[in-house]
Design a protein around this ligand. Structure first.
Ligand code: SF4
Length: 145
């Protein structure tokens, strides 16, 4: 019962990789290790957008991902936040030269509340961005509605 109470007041995140080298995804996965222990901050990783508060988006948004990313975003219940992670999500990164096969930045496709630069960013930087930007984004989303 206490666990349910606390989980309702936690941040539930969903990771979406939209095309890249998966380096950023490995850094997000590292957050679940004992070294970083993401859950100690009340952040839980899900694979279902319908159960999350925030989307963590990595990758260049390959052309095939453009519509799917919007579908993912629409499935997240309100209030919601988006954190774009890594150079690919912010600008296309090393995949910029692929031209029209790449739809980055993520902010051109869906609203982004926080950006974490780096190739890849460190796990601590990702956790810090989630803790710093997601709660205010959710609160302001509530105020808007
Ligand atoms: S930002 Fe760098 S590490 Fe992350 S997916 Fe792109 S190339 Fe890989």
């Amino acid at each position: 019962m206490l666990k349910d109470f606390i989980r309702k007041r936690s941040i539930h995140i969903c990771l979406v990789c939209t095309g890249g080298c998966n380096g950023c995804d490995i850094e997000v996965a590292a957050l679940l290790s004992q070294r970083y222990d993401l859950e100690q901050y009340g952040i839980f990783l899900h694979n279902n957008p319908r159960e999350c508060d925030a989307l963590l988006v990595t990758g260049t948004v390959a052309k095939q991902w453009q519509e799917k990313l919007v579908e993912f975003y629409d499935k997240v219940p309100e209030p919601k936040a988006v954190v774009a992670i890594g150079a690919c999500a912010l600008s296309g990164g090393i995949f910029q030269q692929e031209g029209d096969k790449v739809s980055a930045p993520v902010s051109d496709i869906i609203p982004v509340d926080a950006e974490v630069p780096g190739c890849p960013p460190r796990p601590a930087e990702i956790a810090s961005a989630v803790l710093k930007y997601v709660p205010p984004a959710l609160a302001s989303y509530r105020r808007k509605s």
